[in-house]
Write a protein of this length. Structure first.
Length: 191
């Protein structure tokens, strides 16, 4: 498995317990997490919260590659941690064209090893620099809608539960590039 920095690591496996967790659709319907990758691989994009400027920018950057990921036989799925109503508003605001679910209790985040930053993260100038650059692109911070202390990640899960790619954010705004995700799903294409 490839992870940050191109270092080889042991392939991870999603547990049956994780697959049995439930996420909610924006309409509030419960869906078993494992059903999202039961018939084809899924690229799970966990966003921090629905008001996150970094997350809105990440999804805007991924918009041009969703079709390429789907053409590779992989279903991109976005998961957040606010209420279903927040998820619905987020999908409308971002023009999200891939499935969106929410996990208000953040059990999915914990099960996949998504991080929660320590107090020192608030002192990291890189986070502020990234935020400033996003404001110049028009992505302003909004009201927190979910858990602001939760970090996200991106995970490629195969139908057998194997996870050949896992990217766990270390800081708000720390995301894999669209090019890296295209390589992870095996398209070999560029943005």
């Amino acid at each position: 498995m490839k992870s940050r920095g191109g270092m080889e690591t042991q392939m991870e496996q999603v547990s049956a317990k994780t697959a049995d967790l439930e996420v909610l659709s924006p309409a509030g319907g419960a869906v078993r997490l494992g059903s999202l990758w039961a018939s084809r691989p899924a690229l799970l994009v966990l966003v921090r919260h629905y008001g996150c400027q970094f997350c809105r920018a990440q999804l805007a950057d991924l918009r041009p590659v969703w079709a390429k990921i789907e053409a590779a036989g992989v279903q991109p799925i976005v998961i957040g941690n606010g209420t279903p109503l927040m998820a619905e508003a987020f999908a409308e605001e971002t023009g999200l064209a891939v499935p969106l679910y929410t996990n208000p209790g953040r059990e999915v985040y914990a099960a996949l090893g998504a991080k929660r930053p320590g107090a020192g993260a608030l002192l990291n100038p890189l986070m502020y620099w990234r935020g400033f650059r996003l404001m110049l692109r028009g992505f302003l911070p909004k009201q927190v809608q979910g858990d602001a202390a939760q970090l996200g990640g991106v995970f490629l899960v195969q139908p057998d539960g194997s996870m050949p790619y896992a990217y766990r954010s270390d800081l708000a705004g720390d995301h894999p590039s669209p090019e890296e995700l295209l390589r992870a799903v095996g398209t070999g294409e560029r943005v």
